[in-house]
Design a protein around this ligand. Structure first.
Ligand code: SF4
Length: 399
């Protein structure tokens, strides 16, 4: 059988019209390349499905350099899925803090709790775990158990899309099906785990998005995109949606030695993470305009007087997958009543959470998700990226 990338593009199924005992040249070249260039990563030295699950979940949307630290900390804090299942959600979220895409942590936790006496051992069982999709299920099953399931991630789409010249968009169900068939067809049946690692490493290191090393590429003879000079056009993707701009104004209200944070709930970003009271607007306004707004003043109520206001963060830009956040943060210090300044009460205010000053307006706004906490202990809670930036800023202003 002679392989020709142009034929494959015209009639993708022709890729599969080969005898079972034949190995496609792409498979052979990728395994040879991998044997020489594979990266030494900690989760490649284990066949523990739990460790592989954790590493694969951390590495989704995260660079390896950033993910390594999280992987080590996660595995030393929760070495087994039973340890993870017994943790509180706040403990899990705290460990995940800074990684983003927090639903991954919530799903890991929920899935760990759902596992019985032993970790599932088949693809059909693994994919039923909450948050585990086809990619992670294939990775766990091939890396831990040597089962023949091909992975599909951004690197695999790029290598296959370019090499085979697949014209379908990768986001469509037809596109996904074609890629999945191609990847499973090309998967080495004798070395499925190595093939999966090989094609992902090759896409990350050699056939990278912006600077593929075509001149030294072992696949160059069969590569469709290279042969027609259209490397940047593959894999074919849908046009990106316009970014949505959101203008966020966080108000850190401080009274005595306390401040107020609440846990985000419901759908949307940063669920179950804590943040300061928030006013979100459709467009940017100045601090003076903000402080004239009734909904801002209503946060601390008429019974409280403002002592001082400090702007600690102005128009901090933060990019998420489909959103462009413009974040601002003000610290509003409220006056303390004369009657609260006896030596005994001063002592109690700093040591006893029972005397934390309630603000009924905040309580009615955030209900049971509101926490009134000592100012210095905000960072003990699981926070999202913007909140950690505000915390650092507040600390540096106090120094
Ligand atoms: S020839 Fe270039 S585009 Fe084709 S697989 Fe190799 S590195 Fe990627």
């Amino acid at each position: 059988m002679k392989y020709n990338a142009r034929d494959i593009k015209r009639t993708t199924p022709s890729l599969f019209d080969v005898e079972n005992d034949q190995t496609h040249p792409l498979t052979t070249h990728l395994l040879e390349w991998y044997d020489e260039h594979k990266r030494d990563l900690p989760w490649r030295h284990t066949d523990d499905p739990y460790a592989i699950w954790i590493s694969e979940t951390i590495l989704q949307q995260t660079r390896i350099e950033q993910g390594l630290d999280y992987y080590y900390r996660f595995m030393s804090t929760f070495p087994t899925y039973q340890d993870l299942a017994m943790a509180t959600e706040d403990e899990v979220m705290k460990l995940w803090q800074g990684l983003g895409y927090y639903s991954r942590a919530r799903n890991l936790h929920a899935a760990a709790k759902s596992i019985g006496d032993s970790f599932p051992t088949t693809y059909d069982e693994v994919i039923k775990l909450k948050g585990v999709g086809p990619y992670t299920a294939a990775a766990i099953c091939s890396f831990a158990y040597g089962l023949p399931h091909a992975v599909l991630d951004g690197n695999v789409y790029r290598v296959l899309g370019r090499y085979l010249g697949i014209p379908e968009e990768i986001e469509t169900s037809k596109g996904k099906k074609i890629y999945s068939q191609a990847a499973n067809y090309l998967l080495s049946k004798s070395r499925p785990a190595d093939f999966n690692q090989a094609i992902m490493d090759f896409g990350a290191i050699h056939c990278s998005q912006h600077s593929p090393k075509c001149d030294s590429c072992p696949l160059i003879d069969g590569c469709y995109a290279h042969s027609v000079g259209q490397i940047a056009d593959f894999p074919v993707k849908k046009k990106k949606l316009a970014l949505k701009h959101r203008y966020l104004y966080y108000i850190a209200i401080e009274k005595q030695h306390y401040t107020y944070i609440y846990k985000r709930t419901g759908k949307g970003i940063w669920r179950n993470l804590y943040e300061y009271p928030l006013i979100e607007l459709e467009e940017a306004i100045t601090v003076n305009q903000l402080l004239l707004r009734d909904d801002v003043k209503a946060l601390w109520g008429k019974q409280n007087e403002v002592d001082s206001i400090a702007v600690i963060c102005e128009d901090k830009k933060h990019l998420l997958s489909h959103q462009y956040l413009h974040a601002n943060c003000l610290v509003v210090k409220l006056k303390t009543k004369e009657t609260h300044t006896s030596a005994e009460e001063e002592f109690n205010e700093t040591t006893s959470p029972l005397l934390a000053p309630e603000i009924p307006e905040l309580k009615s706004l955030y209900g049971e998700n509101l926490r009134c906490v000592p100012i210095d202990s905000v960072s003990d809670f699981p926070l999202h990226k913007l909140m950690t930036i505000f915390q650092e800023q507040q600390k540096s202003l106090k120094r």
